[in-house]
Design a protein around this ligand. Structure first.
Ligand code: CU
Length: 520
C-alpha cells in the first residue's frame, strides 16, 4: 500500500526572504497550482492527498508588495508545520538594468539543496513535540529534488547539469534543507561568489560554499577543466555540541562536459562535518559590492542596541503529555530561546493583526534588550546548569519606532550545547558588521567592525560558541518574525518578532489586511 505523504501541500504563509523598503513599491501576483502528485524516492512511492478539507487543492494566488526590489536569488517556502521540507522553490529576480555587475554568464541554473524524510513530515514534527525533543534525522539530502548516486534506488534519477567547455555559468544555490547547514563543492572546480541572499558581493573565489537553511549563494562557474564528469556534492556542516549526530549522508549531482559519455564522475573531498574553520572562513570572507543596485551604507547612529542570547534550554512540558526530552525529568522539554524567552506562537490571532487592530493579550512588547542575567555565555561548564537553562514560554516581541536604526548582537550560549544558529529576519536585509568566537566584548569587538562594505544578508549563521552583530534601519512597518532557520529550533522557540511602528506618511503606514485573508 502506498504510504501517504503531504507532498507539495500548499501552506498559507509564504516567506519571500527579506525585502527591505524605501520607495517605489511594486506588486506581483504569483499563482501556485496545487495538485495531487505521485513521488518516488529512495525505493518508496507516495501519493499526496489533502487532509481534512478540500481547500488545500486547486489554484492559489499570492500578492506580494515589495517596497524595494532586490536582485538575485531568494526562495519561497511554506511556513506551516514542517511543510517547507517539500514546499519550496527558487525566486529569481533579474537585474532591473538588464545587466549584472559582472560578465553575463552563458547560462544560469538553480541548484536547490533539500532534505528528505521517508515519512510524513507533519507526523515527524508532532512526534518530536510530543516527546519534547528535536525531530528524527532525515533519510537523504537532495539536489533539485534528487538524492543522487549514493542513495538506494536513486542512481538513474541523479540531477545532471550538462555544460560546454570554456564557458561561464551562474549557479543559484539555495539551501532549502529543514534542519541542516550544508557544505557544497564541485570536484576539481573553484567558483566565484557574486551574490548572497539577493545582495551583490565582491567577487570571492573559493572551492567550497557553506549555506545555512534560508541562505542563497550565487556563483560563477567556469568550465575550464578536462572535459569529463564531476560530482557536485553537499553534506552537513554540523556544529552542535552534546547533540546526537545528524543525517550525515551526501547528496550528489553530476556536472557533465560536452555531453560526453561517462563512467565514473570524480568526487570532491568534502569538509568534515564539524569543520567550523572552513564554514567560518567562507561566511566571514564575504563583503558587499559597494554601489551595486540596492546597496546602502551601514547605519552608524544607532537608536537601538540589543544584545540577545540565542540558544537552547528547557521549558515546562505542558499538560497533558509527559515528555522524555530531558532525561529523568518528565516535567521538562528541550526548548530554545532568545534572552531566556522561549517563543510561544499565538493561536487565536496573528501578531500582525493584533498590532494592526490594537488587540491586547496576544503578545507583549517586553523582550529584554539585554540578557536578563549576565553569565559566562560560552563557558562549556554551563551546559548542564539547570538554573541558567530554564526558560518560560511566552510571546514577547521587540517594538521599535519607524526608521529606527537597530543593532542586534546575537550571542550564542553553551546551555545544553553550543551550536551555530542561522538567524533569519523577515522584512529586511541587514548588514553583518562583525562576528567572532567567545563572548562578545562590547569594548574591543566594535573596534573591528566593518562599517565600509560588510556583507548584506537576510540570514546569518552565528558562529558556534560565538557572536554576530547585524544592523538595519527599521523602514518597513509591520510585524517581522526573526527566527533560527533550523526549523527544529524554530519550533522549540528560538523566535521573536520585531514590531515596527508606522511612519508619518501613507507610504510608511501599514495597509489593512486584504479582504481575502484566510481566517484562523
Ligand atoms: Cu538554531
Amino acid at each position: 500500500m502506498a504510504r501517504r505523504q503531504a507532498v507539495f501541500l500548499l501552506a498559507w504563509a509564504f516567506a519571500l526572504g527579506a525585502l527591505s523598503s524605501v520607495a517605489s513599491a511594486a506588486i506581483w501576483e504569483h499563482v501556485f497550482n496545487v495538485e495531487n502528485v505521485t513521488v518516488r524516492k529512495l525505493c518508496h512511492e507516495w501519493s499526496s492527498s489533502w487532509p481534512d478539507d478540500s481547500s488545500h487543492g486547486g489554484r492559489h494566488s499570492r500578492r506580494s508588495c515589495l517596497q524595494q526590489v532586490p536582485e538575485g536569488t531568494l526562495w519561497w517556502h511554506a511556513h506551516v508545520s514542517f511543510l517547507r521540507a517539500t514546499v519550496y522553490g527558487a525566486l529569481v529576480i533579474l537585474p532591473k538594468s538588464g545587466c549584472y555587475p559582472f560578465p553575463t554568464p552563458h547560462k544560469e541554473f538553480p541548484i536547490i539543496l533539500g532534505e528528505w524524510w521517508n515519512r510524513n513530515v507533519i507526523d515527524l514534527l508532532n512526534q518530536a513535540q510530543a516527546l519534547g525533543r528535536g525531530p528524527n534525522n532525515s533519510d537523504a539530502y537532495t539536489i533539485n529534488g534528487r538524492p543522487g548516486d549514493l542513495y538506494p534506488c536513486s542512481k538513474k534519477h541523479t540531477y545532471k547539469l550538462k555544460v560546454v567547455h570554456g564557458k561561464t555559468y551562474m549557479l543559484r544555490i539555495i539551501n532549502a534543507a529543514l534542519n541542516n547547514q550544508l557544505f557544497f563543492k564541485i570536484a576539481n572546480h573553484k567558483f566565484t561568489v557574486v551574490a548572497v541572499d539577493a545582495s551583490y558581493t565582491d567577487p570571492y573565489v573559493t572551492d567550497v560554499a557553506v549555506l545555512a537553511p534560508g541562505q542563497t549563494v550565487d556563483v560563477l562557474l567556469t568550465t575550464d577543466q578536462t572535459p569529463g564528469a564531476y560530482y557536485m556534492a553537499a553534506r552537513p556542516y554540523f556544529s552542535a555540541q552534546n547533540a546526537p549526530p545528524p543525517d550525515n549522508t551526501t547528496t550528489t549531482g553530476i556536472l557533465i562536459y560536452d555531453e560526453l559519455p561517462y563512467t565514473s564522475p570524480i568526487m570532491p573531498l568534502l569538509p568534515a562535518l564539524n569543520d567550523t574553520p572552513t564554514a567560518h572562513k567562507f561566511s566571514s570572507s564575504l563583503t558587499s559590492l559597494v554601489g551595486s543596485p540596492n546597496w546602502r551604507p551601514v547605519p552608524t547612529q544607532l537608536d537601538e542596541q540589543l544584545l540577545w542570547t540565542v540558544g537552547l534550554g528547557v521549558s515546562p512540558c505542558g499538560a497533558p503529555n509527559a515528555c522524555t526530552g530531558v532525561p529523568n525529568i518528565p516535567t521538562l522539554r528541550v526548548s530554545a530561546n532568545i534572552n531566556n524567552a522561549s517563543f510561544q506562537f499565538p493561536t487565536s490571532l496573528s501578531i500582525l493583526q493584533a498590532h494592526f487592530f490594537n488587540v491586547k493579550g496576544i503578545y507583549t512588547a517586553d523582550l529584554p534588550d539585554q540578557p536578563p542575567l549576565k553569565f559566562d555565555y560560552t563557558n562549556p561548564a554551563n551546559s548542564n546548569n539547570s538554573a541558567l537553562a530554564f526558560a518560560f514560554k511566552s510571546t514577547r516581541v521587540k517594538q521599535v519606532k519607524y526608521n529606527a536604526t537597530v543593532e542586534i548582537v546575537f550571542q550564542d550560549t553553551t546551555i545544553v550545547g553550543a551550536e551555530n544558529h542561522p538567524m533569519h529576519l523577515h522584512g529586511y536585509n541587514f548588514h553583518v558588521v562583525g562576528q567572532g568566537f567567545g563572548n562578545f566584548d562590547p569594548v574591543n569587538d566594535p573596534k573591528k567592525y566593518n562599517l565600509f562594505n560588510p556583507v548584506i544578508r537576510n540570514t546569518i549563521g552565528v558562529p558556534v560558541g560565538g557572536w554576530a552583530t547585524i544592523r538595519f534601519q527599521a523602514n518597513n512597518p509591520g510585524a517581522w518574525i526573526l527566527h533560527c532557520h533550523l526549523d527544529a529550533h524554530l519550533t522549540l522557540g528560538l523566535v521573536t518578532v520585531i514590531v515596527v511602528e508606522n511612519g508619518p506618511t501613507p507610504s510608511s503606514t501599514l495597509p489593512p489586511p486584504p479582504p481575502d485573508l484566510p481566517q484562523c
